[in-house]
Design a protein around this ligand. Structure first.
Ligand code: GLU
Length: 368
């Protein structure tokens, strides 16, 4: 369990945003914004994953009555609703003078290496500027193959991208119960889950709320995904007063799923488990810098070996050809060869663009 939270991803489901009605509930949204602002004031970086586009679309164009809507109709509703949803977020965060940024993602954006890096750099830059990124699935363009499908899983992917230490999933249920609390009076809230096994998955079967997509099952999937990369996950009721503030301060609320690995360890393991497609040959100074926790800069690279694209895994060799580190490259082999040996401030002049002033960021690097 983290001792304090540095990066928090809050996911709010449709049922939380509508407070159980067919309409977006501004007061609820204002409360959420206010809590996020308070948590930010404690120094926590916060990203929001907001559902509710489809519900907002229905509210706007009054398809409220219709039960069966086709996929393109759903996508239309999401397209209508997304801008409306963002307009309300703008407004409620604006009351605290906090700016927001809309980030619409698909599964493909997060599985393709280059797009993953782009999405991550954008999200990190938004956070670095003190802006709250508000993420949703890019419903208008998604087809089955590239859909995440539900924002619970999307929020776990976002937590992963941001190396968050806490994912808070807010819904219309207190957490995971020993039985369905709507049917069984003796059902008890499970406050902590150390391992998501078949028993836990079985408990999650069934529950589904009216307007949203996910039930408890997708929350468990999300928790599994997040905890496996070292991110604690809490499922709690979005209407509980101060829920975001309390969760961010690690007070016991809802059901918490403990990470099964340490975040840094899990990232290292991931980097080490991938095949490398090439190598940078680094001079002694650069190798020393890497060992003291610094990034790999082009100025310290003598040679680029192999063929690779931006976002691929690349080894770092010392001048004797020994592998000393491994990481994710910000530049393709072609670009890297052109900037090798040069100072970072020359990257833009040589290439005509610059993704970053470095080849491998220290966070994306494992020293062997
Ligand atoms: N992206 C969908 C929406 O905003 C929500 C998906 C979900 O609730 O899981 O309407």
């Amino acid at each position: 369990m983290p001792s304090s939270v540095h990066t928090l991803v809050v996911k709010v489901g449709t049922s939380t945003l509508t407070a159980g009605t067919p309409h977006l509930n501004r007061r609820r949204m204002l409360e959420i914004a206010q809590q996020i602002v308070r948590v930010r004031e404690q120094g926590v970086r916060v990203a929001l994953v907001s559902s509710g586009a489809m519900a907002a679309g229905r509210e706007r164009i009054g398809l409220n009555g219709a039960k069966k809507v086709s996929l393109p109709e759903k996508q239309m509703l999401a397209a209508v609703g997304q801008s409306y949803l963002m307009a309300i977020w703008e407004q409620v965060f604006g009351m605290f003078d906090v700016r927001v940024a809309q980030v619409l993602l698909t599964r493909a954006d997060l599985s393709d290496r280059r797009r993953y890096l782009n999405a991550r750099d954008t999200l990190l830059t938004i956070l670095a500027h003190g802006i709250v990124p508000i993420v949703n699935e890019n419903d208008a363009v998604t087809t089955e193959e590239i859909r995440v499908g539900d924002n619970d899983n999307l929020s776990a992917l976002v937590a992963n991208v941001l190396s968050a230490d806490l994912l808070l999933i807010l819904s219309d249920i207190e957490g995971l119960f020993t039985a369905d609390p709507r049917k069984d009076k003796r059902a008890q809230l499970i406050s902590e889950v150390t391992e998501i096994d078949d028993r836990i998955r079985a408990l999650a079967g069934g529950s589904k709320s009216g307007l949203g997509v996910g039930g408890m099952l997708t929350k468990i999937q999300a928790a599994e995904l997040a905890t496996r990369s070292g991110c604690m996950t809490i499922v709690a009721h979005g209407g509980r007063p101060d829920i975001i503030v309390d969760a961010a301060n690690l007070k016991p609320v809802g059901t918490r799923f403990l990470p099964t690995v340490n975040r840094i360890e899990s990232r290292k393991r991931w980097i080490l488990s991938e095949r490398t497609s090439g190598a940078f040959v680094a001079d002694d100074g650069a190798v020393r810098a890497l060992r003291s926790g610094k990034s790999l800069l082009p100025v310290g690279v003598r040679e680029v070996l192999g063929e690779f694209e931006r976002g691929e895994f690349v080894a770092v060799h010392d001048l004797n050809g020994r592998e000393v580190a491994r990481g994710i490259t910000r530049y393709s082999a072609r670009d890297a060869a052109r900037i090798a040996g040069r100072r970072s401030d020359q990257i833009e002049k040589v290439l005509g663009y610059s993704y970053a002033p470095l080849l491998i960021h220290a966070d994306d690097l494992v020293v062997l």
